[in-house]
Write a protein that binds this ligand. Structure first.
Ligand SMILES: [Zn+2]
Length: 160
C-alpha cells in the first residue's frame, strides 16, 4: 500500500521513492502516466495537473515543503480558477522568482478515493476528465489549506 495515496498495488519489491512519500509501485504508475502525456503533448500542458495532484497526494516524510506548496497552488488554480496546465506553470515560475520561505505542512488524514492508478486505468478519450476529477478530489481532501493557498496566490500572483 502506498504511504501517500493509499493505493494497493501488487508488490514488485521496488524501492520506495526518494522524492515523494510514495511506494515504488505507485511511482511506476505515475511515470507511466507521465510518459503517455509526454508522447501525446497538448497545448494546455495537462501533465502539470498530474504533477500537482501527485505531489500533494504524496507529501510528507522527506518531501520538500516547496513541492507541497507548489502542488496545492497548482491544484487551486486549476480547480477553482480553471487555469490550464500551461497557465499553472507560468504562475509557478512567477512564484519561484519571489524566493518565498515555505514552512512544513500537516498532511490530511482523510483517505483518498482517487489515485494516479485511476487516471492511468481510464481510456484515453475519458482520461482528461479523470485527471481533473483526481485533481479536484486531492484539492478537496486538503481543505484545511484552502484559505492558506488562496491567500498566497492573492498576495503573490498578478492575475489572481
Ligand atoms: Zn501513491
Amino acid at each position: 500500500m502506498c504511504p501517500g495515496c493509499g493505493v494497493n498495488l501488487p508488490n514488485q519489491n521496488l524501492a520506495p521513492s526518494d522524492q515523494y512519500h510514495a511506494s515504488g509501485e505507485c511511482l511506476q504508475i505515475y511515470h507511466e502516466l507521465s510518459a503517455i502525456f509526454i508522447m501525446n503533448p497538448d497545448l494546455n500542458f495537462r501533465t502539470q495537473h498530474a504533477v500537482d495532484a501527485y505531489g500533494a497526494q504524496h507529501s510528507g516524510s522527506k518531501v520538500k515543503n516547496i513541492r507541497t506548496a507548489f502542488s496545492l497552488i497548482g491544484l487551486y488554480l486549476a480547480v477553482e480558477r480553471k487555469y490550464t496546465g500551461r497557465q499553472v506553470q507560468q504562475a509557478h515560475m512567477e512564484l519561484a522568482q519571489k524566493n518565498l520561505k515555505w514552512s512544513s505542512f500537516i498532511e490530511p488524514t482523510r483517505p483518498y478515493t482517487l489515485t494516479v492508478a485511476d487516471v492511468l486505468g481510464t481510456a484515453e478519450e475519458k482520461r482528461n476528465d479523470m485527471l481533473m476529477a483526481w485533481s479536484k478530489h486531492v484539492w478537496e481532501i486538503w481543505e484545511d489549506y484552502h484559505e492558506w493557498t488562496r491567500n498566497i496566490c492573492k498576495s503573490n500572483l498578478k492575475y489572481v
